[in-house]
Design a protein around this ligand. Sequence first.
Ligand code: GUN
Ligand code: ZN
Length: 490
Amino acid sequence: MTNFEVRQYDAAGRLGELSVPRAGVTVQTPTILPVVNPHVQTVDPAALESDFGAEILITNSYILHGSEELREPALERGLHDLLDFSGAIMTDSGSFQLAEYGDIDVTTEEILQFQRAIGSDIGTPVDIPTPPDVDRDRAETELATTQDRLETAAAADTGEMLVSAPVQGSTYPDLRERAADHARTTGLDVFPLGAVVPLLNEYRYADLAEVVTACKRGLGEVGPVHLFGAGHPMMFAMAAALGCDLFDSAAYALYARDDRYLTVRGTELLDELDYFPCHCPVCTDHTPDELRGLDDDSRQDLLARHNLHVTYGEIRTVRQAIRAGNLLELVDSRARGHPAMLDGYRTLLDHAAQLERTDRVSKDAFFYTSTESARRPEVLRHHRRLDRFELDADEVLLTEGGSNDRYDETWGVLPPFGPYPRELADTYPLTAEVPERTDRAAREAAADGVARLVERHPDTSFTLVHDDWPEAALARVPDGVRVRDLHARE
Ligand code: GUN
Ligand code: ZN
């Protein structure tokens, strides 16, 4: 029985529905689980539900387990009553505390039993968050322990509570893939990718993309995939396009405490803002000056609310982009917010073939929005389609690794796809919207009798290479451009 249904794909991104039987609710994904600290509530859970539409939140069962005041009330009243939240509640296990302080005093059996007893809807075993860049022995040893604990969790009597299966493996793609493959086979329900917080804190989005794609290779299309501790809205689009469905974060509250203001382009300091670049109720009703004039509690509350508005707003933007089929155009635009995001996007595009497997076959018009567009999965698919395209004329095309890549003047040329048989002109993705200047340059080059396709350059775009270029000129073709059989004219 599966508790997760995918409604629609865009790249590896998905619009999905997660059924949470214990709560009796269905959660729309992608979504964010705001972290609720049982002791300190910056925005209380009832307001998360009524003002922001939260369908699910996450809290820490280890904190409740160790709390003199809250442990008994949690057991007696249950989490939903204690927190005053009627949606789904996921509980973490104390693994984060384990990573921070080196030791915790519960086992996976104990904490899962406790999570079940307090009415958690999604429980978590005690995985070991192995940090990035550790030596391989440590990553392997700790992964083996995490895997044992997942098996313990899978064998435990957890009733209707869903149970998550965190995927570790540090920054070793093969370990991540193997860990994910194992997590899938446990039959557990939700798949968090663990120990990515250090990558996020250091803006290592390229490494993040490597980790996520490796995990996805092992998980396949079982879902839902949760990016543990990821809550900055600037990376939701990219993470969603890589196939993440759930995010969680205390960022909205922690950042508010430090007078930091979230945007989809990054983080701003309240002190440095003259204007609020946002349309939420907080930013519409106040100026930065007014906020600076408030007492600490009021200011923190309003900043946290702004941070939540941006966070949920970006979740809706991502959902709508998947619905419309323009998620990668959203990622492209978010990638311009920070050079590290651009690195992340380019790394995502290194895995275009992996993303292509779930990408949908037809969408609204493909928009050429940057030179990176040339490396999108749709372009890759177009070339694969040409590889298969049957011709009854003499021309033979682009057979993989072959030498007959000629095309003739009956073909059109469209960046970033390159040459295409005109019969395909009205089919997706060749109905693309392309900048006029780029399109004209390509057509002129083609009309010059020039043009033979050189495939997409990783960082620039596709390039047309003159037929009669001497061998020496090829030396000037930038690295990474694969010149397909330039000399095989005859
Ligand atoms: N919160 C942030 N990262 C992690 C992780 O790797 N494991 C668990 N259980 N919780 C987390
Ligand atoms: Zn705002």
